[in-house]
Design a protein around this ligand. Structure first.
Ligand code: SAM
Length: 269
């Protein structure tokens, strides 16, 4: 199985931890909207190192159960070797492709996927597998990009715009779609889900905040990869580094995140 485009090395694992801190409140609010709660069996689709998985284990509680699936052996090991806490649900982490989920029929009350659909070649297969595994009335919660190139600086930052376009290309080359949120509603309703909640979200960060750190860590890790992939020149890399460093020193700078869409969908009977 090809590894996901951002890799599974230590720095990416740490970046996912920071990312989780930045976006955690949005995730937990959406789980509440979806009615995730104690005693339920919940699935974390493409769990990565399990930052959401461990939070979901607290939501499901001691009488619940959390299943986590990811294609990365490194991340699954990390999930299995990181304690949750007394009172949290037990976590079962499985190595596997979320496009070929192999769970018993109608075993889940809820399922969650954050920034996974944007990386898979066959989102319809993921939805099909989740639909089979959910009980009727069970909820699928998704947070993913709907307009990636909405990301940008204020005042405008042309070097960042160039990097964002290269990121988009890199995901497309490995079968992903960084505007997947636009296709999801149709794919969900086609497969027998009802959309209960659909809300685009954009956030704005300033230098010195955790929200500014989020793109900073992403670019530090991934921009050199874009050069190696031939999607960005050394000169564009240099121009971007200079632009980002300058903006990071200016308290008036603003970073607009890509537009993320929050979706809650219910499996119809
Ligand atoms: C950006 S990370 C998000 C991790 C986690 N959902 C979170 O929000 O912290 C994307 C994850 O999707 C996983 N992934 C991508 N394609 C996959 C596939 N086809 N099957 C299983 N996992 C996949 C990657 O290994 C990676 O851990």
């Amino acid at each position: 199985m090809a590894e996901y485009v951002l890799g599974t090395h230590d720095e990416e694992l740490w970046r996912l931890g920071l990312q989780h801190q930045v976006w955690r409140a949005q995730a937990t609010a959406l789980w509440e909207t979806a009615g995730f709660g104690p005693g339920q069996t919940l699935l974390d689709i493409g769990c990565g190192p399990g930052f959401c998985t461990r939070d979901l284990a607290w939501v499901a509680g001691i009488s619940g159960r959390v299943i986590a699936v990811d294609e990365s052996p490194r991340y699954i090991d990390f999930v299995n070797n990181t304690p949750t806490g007394v009172g949290a649900a037990p976590i079962e982490a499985h190595l596997g492709d979320v496009q070929a989920l192999d769970l018993p029929d109608e075993c889940l009350d809820g399922a969650y996927a954050r920034w996974v659909f944007c990386f898979v070649r066959h989102p319809d297969k993921v939805i099909e597998g989740v639909h089979r595994a959910l009980k009727p009335g069970g909820r699928l919660v998704i947070q993913d990009y709907v307009h990636y190139l909405a990301m940008g600086l204020s005042p405008a930052g042309p070097a960042l715009d160039r990097v964002a376009a290269a990121v988009r290309q890199s995901w497309a080359l490995s079968g992903g779609d960084c505007n997947i949120g636009r296709r999801l509603p149709h794919l969900l309703t086609e497969r027998g889900f009802r959309i209960d909640h659909l809300e685009p979200k954009v956030r704005v960060g300033t230098p010195g905040t955790l929200l500014w750190e989020w793109p900073t860590t992403f670019f530090r890790i991934f921009v050199p990869t874009l050069v190696k992939m031939g999607l960005l020149t050394q000169e564009e890399h240099r121009a971007f580094t200079e632009e980002w460093e300058q903006r990071s020193l200016d308290p008036q700078s603003r970073f607009y995140t890509p537009i993320v869409v929050d979706i809650v969908a219910t499996k119809l009977d």
